[in-house]
Write a protein that binds this ligand. Structure first.
Ligand code: GYE
Length: 333
């Protein structure tokens, strides 16, 4: 029996004992008891969640959804911390959750590498770990129970396929605003996009630099791109926020975003969709931040001693300007 399983079995045993006691209490009170036996079995699950940071509109929606779903009313005691895009802060948060003896640790790893040691510590403490949103590159997949989130390679590929269709065989200079260096979405979106434009030598990535997924850095990096490259046809930004920063830089340079320089981004947050409707972005690949319910379900499965799916993929789509006009009024984020 694995350590995790042992812990789960003992929790299940404790729940069963509580339920039996509650039943006994009911039966001795001559049928007049008001105790609900189903309520008696519910144990609040202590979850430690380490969030990447608050770098983007996507992240704000993700945090809000997780906090709104893992509530006391839903059976959770959520401990939440923001790592401000720093791996050392996340490692410290995970260690503190281990020390507090939470039931489950969930986190969205800022970068892919360097997690083995702390995940081994969680395993030794028999605390199951769930990855949300971003992946780790650990070879030992027993270090986490499940990874839920998007297929970032596919997202990059969708952006690249759009570029191929949009520009046909015209010579096209592309600049890329990368997400946080070493993060799963930056690595994978970059790879997916490259793969899609392969075999179309007229589409050239002439510059590629990180803007750390933030609006401010997206703007500064775009200013540099504009200063160094007289002909830019397309900006491929790994998220809406960097794209929105790039729009400011393009406008400040006296050019028209969406026309003089076209834009493709990932996420489809409210502000990104608004810019798409306004014609400043040309195409957005959706990345869904609403992972709270899936996370809650996975945690409940783990606590019930069941093995969740190892990889849970999020469903998502893409938006043209017309599709954005139709979708924006009812968007949740
Ligand atoms: O695309 C970006 C955020 O990991 C999918 O992180 C997430 C990415 C998202 O900062 O806006």
């Amino acid at each position: 029996m694995s350590n995790h399983t042992k812990k789960r079995v003992s929790i299940v045993g404790a729940l069963a004992a509580t339920a039996l006691l509650a039943l006994a209490a009911c039966s001795t009170s001559g049928g007049t008891a008001t105790t609900s036996t189903s309520g008696a079995a519910a144990k609040i699950i202590k979850v430690g969640f380490s969030q990447v940071g608050s770098e983007s509109g996507w992240r704000a929606a993700n945090t809000k959804d997780i906090q709104a779903t893992l509530t006391t009313a839903n059976g959770f005691d959520l401990k939440f911390s923001d790592a401000q895009q720093k791996q050392e802060n996340q490692i410290a948060a995970i260690r503190s959750y281990i020390a507090q003896g939470v039931d489950v640790i969930a986190f969205s790893p800022v970068v892919e590498s360097g997690w083995d040691a702390v995940l081994q510590e969680a395993k030794a403490a028999k605390i199951p770990v769930v990855l949300t949103d971003r992946a780790v590159d650990s070879k030992d997949t027993s270090l986490y129970e499940s990874f839920l989130g998007s297929d970032f390679v596919l997202e990059g590929q969708k952006a690249g396929e759009w570029a191929v269709k949009q520009f046909g065989d015209k010579p096209t200079n592309i600049v890329e605003l990368q997400g946080t260096t070493g993060s799963a979405p930056a690595n994978d979106r970059m790879a997916g996009f490259k793969k899609a434009i392969e075999g179309h030598p007229n589409l050239k990535i002439i510059a590629s630099q990180t803007g750390n997924f933030t609006r401010a850095e997206g703007k500064t990096v775009m200013e540099g791109f504009l200063a160094a490259n007289p002909k830019i046809d397309l900006v491929w930004a790994h998220n809406d926020d960097m794209g929105l920063g790039a729009i400011e830089a393009i406008e400040a340079a006296g050019k028209v975003p969406g026309k003089d320089i076209q834009m493709v981004t990932a996420d489809a947050t409210h502000d990104g969709m608004q810019a798409l409707v306004d014609g400043k972005i040309n195409f957005i690949v959706e990345c869904n931040p609403l992972l709270g319910q899936q996370l809650a379900d996975v945690i409940k499965q783990i606590m019930a001693g069941q093995a969740p799916e190892k990889r849970i993929l999020t469903k998502e789509t893409t938006f043209t300007q017309d599709q954005a006009k139709a979708a924006l009024p009812t968007r949740q984020y």
